[in-house]
Design a protein around this ligand. Structure first.
Ligand code: NPW
Ligand code: ADP
Ligand code: MG
Length: 288
């Protein structure tokens, strides 16, 4: 494996941009989060709330009908567009103009949902984060990979990565296969785990924040919302991935003294994003 570039505060401060004093919600950007199915609407709640809390101006979700009230009640700041189907997504249509899309949390694997993803990939030209069931749909339909725009961000956990690139027998082989896949398809791969590594062709970044408290339901859904938020705020895809992964891990480091490893939940990531940002500005929470 090539020596990784460690993602520490120094690397982050080279990339982090403070919001302009005169910015407004239009400039801060509009994100679209697509996901959810019956029983997995929480994934979209977590992802869209994290997206807003990472600084974008507007967030819309595209979800099946059954999630309408859940979303509107859980997060009044988020706007909702619904599919015609009750329990899963069957056709992704919207008349908003988001600057980036995050797709996958809670999406499910229905055949109609797979076709809806195919249709989106055929026409989509804006930056995209692909996670969870959207990754699993791609793994089932690898011939769709060439439809992805250059530098699309994929955020697999180890099982999702295996579905995408096949099994490996060593850490070295895993990294080599991921690097080849990233290069061949011109994609950014966020290999989630301990530690999370970001692969951009032959360049490998290794995150230095985060801990085992993150091993809990929904923390990956939150990461998808955070990276999507940074994309709409005009970060280059590689910088959105790097900053998103770093801030996400930092929330767990900040919260740990209060929550311990066991009681930390995905909502605690969201509620500590503010402190994670503040630590970059040397205000109050400079814990590193
Ligand atoms: N509240 C909600 O609505 C929530 C909704 N969610 C939604 O559910 C959907 C399914 O997503 P999912 O990730 O739970 O299922 P799946 O892809 O089968 O992978 C699970 C298997 O992968 C493995 N594995 C995972 N991490 C690993 C690691 N670090 N290191 C090693 N192995 C690891 C592990 O395999 P094992 O070790 O058991 O063989 C595990 O059993 C998706 O849409 C998601 O967004 C969830 O986000 C939860 C909250
Ligand atoms: N032991 C650990 N140490 C550090 N980070 C972890 C650990 N376990 C999980 N994580 C992080 O938690 C997140 C889990 O994502 P994922 O498996 O997609 O969860 P979910 O699908 O439930 O949202 C990833 O960002 C991963 O890097
Ligand atoms: Mg996940």
């Amino acid at each position: 494996m090539m020596n990784p570039i460690y993602i520490n505060q120094n690397e982050i401060l080279k990339r982090y941009k403070q919001p302009d004093k005169f910015t407004h919600k239009g400039i801060q950007g509009h994100a679209l989060i697509i996901g959810g199915s019956y029983g997995k609407m929480g994934a979209v709640c977590l992802s869209s709330k994290a997206c807003l809390k990472t600084g974008c101006g507007l967030v819309t979700v595209f979800i099946p009908k059954c999630g309408y009230e859940i979303l509107q009640i859980a997060i009044p700041e988020v706007m909702v567009v619904t599919d015609n189907q009750e329990k899963f997504i069957s056709d992704i249509t919207f008349d908003i103009k988001p600057q980036a899309i995050g797709i996958g949390p809670g999406l499910g694997l229905e055949i109609e949902t797979q076709q809806a993803v195919y249709k989106l990939l055929q026409t989509n030209k804006i930056p995209l984060v692909i996670d969870a069931d959207a990754l699993n749909i791609l793994s089932k339909n690898k011939e769709w990979l060439p439809l992805l725009q250059p530098k699309t961000i994929l955020t697999p956990h180890p099982k999702e990565l295996e579905r995408l690139i096949g099994k490996w027998v060593s850490e070295e082989e895993k990294m080599a296969k991921t690097s080849t896949f990233s290069k061949q398809c011109n994609l950014i791969i966020v290999m989630k785990g301990a530690p999370t590594r970001i692969v951009d062709g032959e360049t490998i970044y290794e995150n230095t924040t985060g801990n085992a408290a993150l091993a809990t339901a929904g923390t990956g859904d939150v990461l998808t919302g955070m990276i999507t938020s940074l994309l709409v705020q005009s970060y280059e895809p590689i910088n959105a991935a790097i900053l998103g992964v770093y801030l996400h891990g930092l929330t767990a480091d900040i919260a740990l003294p209060e929550t311990g490893y066991q009681s930390f939940i995905a909502s605690d990531v969201i509620s500590n994003i503010g402190k994670a940002y503040l630590s970059l500005e040397n205000k109050d929470y400079n814990i590193l």
